[in-house]
Design a protein around this ligand. Structure first.
Ligand code: CS2
Length: 495
């Protein structure tokens, strides 16, 4: 017999071993919307909202909106917004049904359904996880990228937007024209100064639109910065099978994460905002120090490991961490080069944070694939590796290990080019550009590095014009695209 599919009719009779929402789900109303309801949102902000609803019931349900595939109707929609959230640590599993998403909206072909949600008067807060690329900014500067086709489209036809900034701007314009209620827009992506970048891309489009819209937004919208953290790899067949076999129902929207979670939110809101501090979020005046810590340590480690892991033929982060050479390299990189660039962070000792982060990366139940983390590396290395390198250069300090991590990213893209035998498929907006450089530069690492660091949207002249930087990256790149990348890593790491 096929097991039943998760849905509201099952809430009263969930099997032992899975926790149900501890509030009256049928009475829940939406006061927030979230754009980009992927695995990360479902393991992070939606769980915080679920905790808050259980702690003090209020109208803080979420309307989920997807403006890009994967869409929601088939998965979450078919389950009344319900899904199982598994937390895994080695052989321990905790299962819970999350009820905070009340309704889901697919809006990929046409922005109208998304706009109807985001402009509705009952929505006070819009959170979003749209990946680094979604903001349509130039990674190196944070400014709106006018070269992006979606942005050119939205400037020409602002009432039928396709980009995230264009959709948010149009929703704000509709709010102004109808009820005029304020809105807090909360980026939950791993880009530096995420609130400021969101504000700047929306503001740049508002300037194009004219009509006083930019000033209205200034007065009626807030863009707090956030630091979000929980490792939540793409769920696998194993997770779906776990639900069927252990819990006895089907869940096509199951997600999996580690027990650790953190959410630091800048204390800056327009209108009503849910009191997430009641359930563990930290409200702070300066979020940037937390962002730097997380992006340079935890994310920096993940990014360094994923490329070297692929070069070593390894599959997951925990496999990388089980390799003594990779583990030693990454700890040295963090302790010797990344951590000294950090500002003091209230309540956190940086070295303890390094050790905690590395131990999270050893969790064998979190099957985070190197190739998944490697995705969109060009959008990630700026905040994870290049900004720390810039700080080290300005301080006159060494950055050779960070440069090796950057060379890992380059090697990953170069080895995927035609010329180097397409060793794997790369998902990165700059993959084509790097492949073209590899075709002309050939195997000469200095030429490759000169070509790749000339991509100003990633590197800027401060780095491409620094001979110590380019020479160091070229030396590592030669090692990584050579016959024995791990021998090179061993030389670098001093083992
Ligand atoms: C990862 C992140 O794929 C990636 O870029 O580094 O998704 C990471 O797992 C999260 O930022 C952890 O909070």
């Amino acid at each position: 017999m096929t097991p039943p599919r998760l849905g509201v009719s099952m809430l009263g009779s969930l099997p032992a071993g899975v926790t149900a929402p501890r509030y009256d789900r049928a009475a829940l109303q939406a006061g927030m919307a979230h754009v980009g309801v992927g695995a990360f949102h479902r393991t992070h902000q939606a769980e915080f909202a679920d905790d808050l609803l259980a702690d003090r019931f209020d109208r803080w349900g979420i309307v989920g909106v997807n403006i890009r595939p994967p869409l929601l109707a088939e998965t979450l929609g078919a389950q009344d917004g319900l899904y199982t959230r598994l937390l895994r640590e080695d052989d321990r599993v905790e299962a819970r049904v999350i009820g905070s998403i009340v309704r889901v909206v697919d809006s990929a072909e046409d922005a109208a359904p998304a706009l109807a949600v985001l402009a509705a008067p009952e929505i006070d807060v819009v959170t979003m996880t749209v990946t680094e690329k979604g903001y349509c900014h130039i990674p190196a500067t944070g400014a709106l990228d006018p070269g992006r086709a979606e942005i050119a489209h939205d400037i020409a036809d602002p009432e039928h937007p396709v980009s995230l900034p264009g959709i948010l701007l149009r929703a704000l314009e509709m709010r102004r024209a109808t009820h005029g209620r304020p809105l807090t827009l909360v980026s939950c992506d791993n880009i530096p100064a995420n609130g400021a970048i969101l504000q700047s891309v929306v503001g740049a489009l508002a300037d194009h639109r004219g009509g006083g819209l930019a000033a209205w937004i200034e007065a009626n919208a807030a863009f707090p910065g956030t630091m979000v953290d929980r490792i939540a790899p793409a769920p696998t067949e194993l997770d779906r099978r776990f639900v069927v076999e252990r819990l006895g129902y089907r869940d096509e929207a199951v997600v999996v994460g580690e027990p650790f979670r953190q959410w630091v939110i800048e204390n800056r809101f327009a209108g009503r905002f849910p009191d997430f501090a009641r359930v563990g979020a930290e409200l702070v005046e300066d979020v940037e120090v937390f962002e730097h810590l997380k992006m340079r340590v935890l994310n920096g480690a993940q990014t360094a490991l994923c490329y070297q892991g692929v070069l070593a033929g390894l599959e997951h982060t925990f496999d990388d961490m089980a390799d003594p050479l990779l583990a030693r390299f990454v700890r040295r990189m963090l302790v010797e080069e990344s951590v000294p660039t950090l500002e003091p962070v209230p309540g956190i000792a940086p070295l303890a944070y390094v050790d905690e982060s590395l131990s999270r990366l050893r969790n064998t139940a979190i099957r985070h694939r190197n190739h998944q983390i490697a995705t969109d590396g060009s959008q990630k290395i700026v905040q994870r590796l290049l900004n720390p390198i810039r700080d080290r250069i300005r301080a006159g300090a060494s950055f050779d290990l960070l440069a090796a991590a950057v060379a890992g990213w380059m090697a990953y893209l170069v080895l995927a080019s035609e010329r180097f035998g397409r060793r794997w498929t790369v998902d990165d907006p700059f993959a084509g550009r790097v492949a073209a450089i590899a075709d002309t530069a050939g195997a000469d690492p200095r030429q490759l590095v000169a070509g790749i660091t000339a991509i100003d949207a990633i590197f800027t002249p401060e780095l491409s014009g620094n001979p110590r930087f380019t020479a160091s990256v070229a030396w590592h790149l030669a090692g990584f695209i050579g016959p024995d990348p791990m021998a090179h890593l061993a030389r670098v790491t001093g083992t």
